[in-house]
Design a protein around this ligand. Structure first.
Ligand SMILES: *Cc1c(COP(=O)(O)O)cnc(C)c1O
Length: 353
């Protein structure tokens, strides 16, 4: 029997939206009026609440602090010219959240909590979704182990929460990267494919070292040989050699990105030759030397695409050419047009709130 969950709403007395400066937003620093909170206890999800955004109380022995059972998602809501608000492929994030949950021995979320909860929350805070290119509302669903006690075993209690932050398109300047030759983000049989908080924690130190050398990011390679490109920082990776586009196939080390999947489909729609295959560094360096390496870019919800201007692999340093017919920027435009309801949604990716 499937349980149905009622969402209880407690609204703020006065919204902060009018006193928010939408022109000067730092990513992830401002939150909307409300958040969703829900608790797993005795083998069930209880008390789906939408309430004022604010601190939560947990004890220091709360398991998430000790064993890192924590997962999250990143999604966006967009507003069109008629003030209608849309999510982009939310089912994909829901399914991936549950895959992450399973891998971290956490309970899965039913659709009437994850999807219905998200929709209701966005609906309540829809004034926080601003119209205009590059403006969106960033949604952060996450789950933490909330049982008290430091015994090293899966928690018996969890909190699922959703918080939301208004966002502007952000341009981070030119991005140059180091290709990893000793550090790894993910191991065979590990949790690389899950959106586990710990994956990020483990990447900060190598990333700091790259930044000290004057680079902005790391391209992660396969842990066993460091011979194949796997991810671009916290994004999926695409490489264009000549007019052909390649992206690493997802496996247990690589996150199965919604943006990546959408770009593959858009490439096909635009008759761009796209192939999912292992991309060897030798092949990329060869193409760089021959002048056929045209683009490298990362893909993800936050920035859609991030073109990479140059890279370093061991002693080899290469600067990518400036080109007029960038695939990356074309994909960004195509995706944004769908997300903001400016073009037909052929694949049924938009979900109206
Ligand atoms: C979230 C994430 C991505 C991008 O996934 P999207 O669904 O496109 O946002 C890629 N790689 C890693 C490691 C991620 O955490």
């Amino acid at each position: 029997m499937t349980q149905t969950h009622q969402i209880v709403v407690d609204k703020v007395r006065k919204s902060k939206v009018d006193s928010t400066d939408f022109e000067n937003l730092t990513f992830g620093k401002t939150y909307t009026d409300h958040m969703l909170e829900c608790t797993w206890r005795d083998g069930k999800w209880h008390d789906v609440n939408i309430k004022p955004y604010g601190p939560i109380q947990v004890e220091p022995s709360c398991k998430v602090f000790h064993y890192g059972q924590a997962i999250f998602e990143g999604m966006k809501a967009f507003k069109d010219e008629n003030e209608d608000v849309f999510l982009f492929r939310p089912e994909d994030n829901w399914k991936r959240f549950n895959e992450s949950a399973k891998r971290l021995a956490m309970p899965e979320l039913p659709e009437d909590v994850f999807i219905a909860g998200l929709k209701k929350l966005v609906e309540i805070d829809k004034d926080w979704v601003r119209k205009g290119d590059g403006l969106s509302l960033y949604l952060r669903p996450f789950m933490i182990a909330s049982e008290n006690g430091v015994a090293a075993a899966p928690s018996t209690e969890y909190k699922f929460m959703v918080i939301m932050s208004p966002a502007r398109a952000y341009y981070r300047g030119e991005v140059r990267v180091v290709i990893a030759t000793s550090f790894s983000r993910a191991a065979n049989g590990g949790v690389g494919y899950a959106k586990a908080a710990g994956n990020y924690a483990a990447s900060f130190y190598p990333n700091n070292l790259a930044m000290e050398e004057g680079f902005q990011q790391i391209i992660w390679t396969d842990a066993a040989t460091h011979e194949y490109l796997e991810e671009a920082g916290t994004m999926n990776i695409f490489v264009r050699i000549g007019d052909k586009l390649f992206t690493a196939p997802h496996n247990d080390r690589i996150l199965n990105g919604v943006t990546r999947r959408s770009i593959i489909q858009i490439a096909k729609d635009l008759n761009i030759d796209v192939e999912e295959k292992r991309i060897s560094i030798d092949e990329v360096n060869d193409a760089a030397r021959k002048g056929t390496l045209k683009e490298i870019f990362g893909s993800g919800t936050a920035a859609v695409v991030v073109p990479i201007q140059g890279y370093k692999h061991l002693e080899f340093v290469h600067e990518l050419p400036k080109i007029d017919d960038s695939y990356a920027l074309r994909f960004k435009k195509e995706l944004n047009d769908i997300q903001y309801n400016r073009v037909e949604d052929k694949h049924g990716w938009r979900v109206k709130i």
